[in-house]
Design a protein around this ligand. Structure first.
Ligand SMILES: Cc1ncc(COP(=O)(O)O)c(C=O)c1O
Length: 437
């Protein structure tokens, strides 16, 4: 029987086993909040493009990290950050030209009606604020998220992140729906199944006296195990929520900034008009920055009641980083690269799956793919232990990759957007070797 896994526990070092050297030092410093990848953690010293370098000189192809999305230590981003931090870094209570230059460049990528952007330092803060705005606008309290969603680490957002909760049950005001996979919705009508589940969740929230404030969804369903197709399946559910006065918060922390190849934002693949968009991770290519875009009238309703200020959010160095990221995505055609190289990867993975009992499904869009791994008996049951084995074998083959999904048996294929065809080939070769038994 497959066991539900918590997202931070997947392929993590088990602190109970102790450690020495750099591992012990880290455990002594971070204690129980320490999360290290791999049963034998890797000490990293440098990175460039799609490659990371460990202290022992080993170079790894990075298929896990979607933060340095335009490539690790991209020279243009490094130069922009360095120049700005040498000139001026302060908060948004002063007028600084680069901040508004950046916000206008970002807004050019967003729906015109979402013309106010609040800058934060993390995706968690952005989602926290989004939920508070949704509650102020709707006058209601309830939230709908997917079964294995992760939306961040503040108290409010952790409550709406089933995948982060080890023991505590979800609070009364959060109701989950299954992630939009074929298994959950019978294969045929994912859009209709998801809509029906959302309607039932809204009824539950109503019966509990909360009503629907927001449907908060990551349109690539990253921690749920990656569900991208058929594009458009989110529409009926989202429209139903909006028709009932709830808000659709598009959590673009994972799929945003061109990763899905088809569109700059994940929700665009589904033809949706979000009420709020939250973003983070790849936004500054590693410089900590995130944001929430909303309608001016919605933000005003929230601010009537509560003042919002974020000391570091949207500072000039963040703006410089963010502006450089947008420029690099455009100048290097990275969204198109994600589409082209992602399609090649997906086809290669499908070919490997066709010859393997263990690789049970390949899904995703652009450079965000999910690969399900199943039990040896050919039953197709998710096999988390085997997934960890494959992750370790990939590491031996110098490729870094992680897991996701309810049972921790989905490989998350998520390299930087600058990935070349040759690097994709290298990955496919390593993967074919890792699942060859
Ligand atoms: C979909 C999604 N939303 C929000 C967050 C939270 O972002 P952060 O870690 O920057 O607070 C994450 C982080 O993994 C995420 O995957």
């Amino acid at each position: 029987m497959s066991r539900v896994r918590q997202i931070l526990d997947m392929n993590a070092f088990d602190a109970a086993t102790g450690g020495d050297g750099a591992v012990k030092r880290r455990l002594d410093n971070l204690g129980a909040a320490s999360v290290l990848f791999y049963r034998e953690p890797i000490e990293m010293v440098a990175a460039r493009g799609a490659w990371m370098e460990a202290r022992d000189g080993t170079r790894y192809l990075d298929f896990y990290n979607n933060v340095p999305s335009v490539g690790h230590s991209h020279p243009e981003v490094v130069a922009a950050i360095s120049a700005q931090v040498a000139r001026l870094n302060t908060n948004t209570r002063y007028l600084v030209e680069i901040v508004d230059d950046y916000l206008e460049a970002l807004k050019a990528k967003l729906p015109v009606d979402l013309s106010n952007v609040v800058m934060t330092c993390s995706g968690s803060e952005a989602n926290d604020l989004a939920i508070r705005v949704a509650r102020a606008v709707s006058g209601r309290h309830g939230l709908i998220v997917t079964d294995t969603a992760y939306h961040g680490n503040t108290a409010l957002v952790t409550e709406a992140s089933p995948s982060a909760l080890r023991r505590s049950p979800l609070p009364d005001h959060v109701v989950t729906v299954p992630a939009p996979g074929e298994a959950a919705y019978g294969g045929e009508d994912i859009a209709g199944g998801l809509r029906a589940a959302v309607v039932a969740a809204m009824q539950t929230l109503e019966a509990r006296g909360h009503g629907i404030a927001a449907f908060l969804a990551d349109s690539i369903f990253s921690s749920d195990g990656i569900f991208a197709d058929p594009a458009g399946f989110l529409q009926p559910a989202v429209k139903t929520v909006q028709a009932a006065g709830g808000l659709y918060i598009a959590d673009e922390v994972q799929p945003g900034f061109g990763r899905t190849g088809d569109a700059f934002w994940g929700y665009e693949r589904h033809g949706l008009a979000p009420d709020i968009v939250t973003m983070g991770k790849p936004m500054g290519n590693g410089f900590p920055m995130a944001g929430m875009a909303a309608r001016p009238e919605h933000l005003a309703m929230f601010c009537e009641d509560v003042g919002y200020f974020n000391t570091f959010g949207g500072n000039p160095v963040a703006a410089a980083a963010g502006r450089a990221v947008l420029r690099v995505i455009a100048a290097e055609g990275l969204q198109e690269n994600a589409r082209r190289v992602g399609a090649h990867l997906k086809a290669g993975l499908a070919q490997i799956a066709a010859g393997s009992d263990r690789v049970t499904a390949v899904r995703g869009a652009g450079l965000f793919l999910g690969v399900d791994l199943g039990a040896q008996d050919g039953s197709g049951a998710p096999d988390a232990d085997y997934t960890v084995q494959v992750i370790d074998r990939m590491r031996d083959a110098r490729v870094l990759i992680g897991a996701a999904g309810q049972f921790g048996a989905t490989l998350k294929v998520r390299p930087p957007l600058c990935l070349s065809m040759a690097e994709a080939e290298r990955f496919l070769e390593a993967f074919a070797g890792a699942v060859s038994d």
